[in-house]
Design a protein around this ligand. Sequence first.
Ligand code: FAD
Length: 315
Amino acid sequence: MSILVVAEHDNAALKPAVLNAVTAAVELAGHAGGDVHLLVAGEGSGAVAEEAAKVAGVAKVLHADGAAYAHGLAENLAPLIVKLASGYSHVIAAATSFGKNVMPRAAALLDVQQVSDISAIESADTFIRPIYAGNAMATVRSTDSVKLITIRGTAFDAAAAEGGSAAVESTDGAGDTGLSRFMGQELTKSERPELTTAGIVISGGRGMQSGDNFAMLEKVADKLGAAIGASRAAVDAGFVPNDYQVGQTGKVVAPDLYLAIGISGAIQHLAGMKDSKIIVAINKDEEAPIFQVADYGLVADLFQAVPELEAALDG
Ligand code: FAD
């Protein structure tokens, strides 16, 4: 039995988290045996299938092309996964919004218990996953015949995008369920690196006081090549869009450098960034809990410290 990875893409290119899911699948194949296959379901997505075939560790790409898969609607993708699942011991996706949307639906249709957001693989049926916002790690064993799993991208390195030479095999789709319809999308366009894969992230919290003040962080981000994130309080206050949110109910990041500016360090925020390699915090309250996880802490008014930081980066 092989392992199927469900690929997230935009019909033009794979999303970076797919490479982390492939690494998890290859590791799992080391325990469970079998090959790693990648499912690319889209419309006009031939280039993605070709890209997927080059990913190191992938033995086969299953390519389902049709209008039903044009926009990654979970209602149409889930029956396709169900149709394919009997040939696989495990079906894996990254725990991104896409994976969190598609996989539970497929698991429900298969009547199996999904194992969500795993950060380590103990064996073919035993996995480690964070619980209580990352304050404890649970070791869970699944007895389901096919195991549906989402993986925490930051816990698995990205597989090499080049080096593989998988066969691409066309597969019939499962049709349009008619349960949902794509109406449109509003995408944040940014030249900056994607938040979950950026090497450096600078995040602002309620202490930023307004969305306009995030311009200060943008200037620093431009100089560092960083992505911009935010606490939920900053998102809820309307300073920045939802997709900036880092934390338990936002994105999980683990960059080389994380700068927390005007963020208190609530456990729900820490759940999304505490695995960052180096954490720097600027906060005017020396009692702020963020300083307990920070490698470098500066007790200062951010409206003075951030412009100074930006100026120092010129030097
Ligand atoms: P605050 O806690 O208000 O902190 C603002 C900080 O800015 C303070 O420490 C203050 O000292 C500092 N500050 C103010 N002015 C300045 C200045 N001029 N210079 C320097 N420092 C200054 N939160 C998340 O972030 N992500 C999540 O995913 C998330 N999920 C949640 C899920 C649930 C179920 C719940 C209940 C909560 C969740 N939260 C999440 C919210 C979380 O509990 C906190 O409320 C939130 O993280 C606080 O954001 P903050 O640190 O920006 O705001």
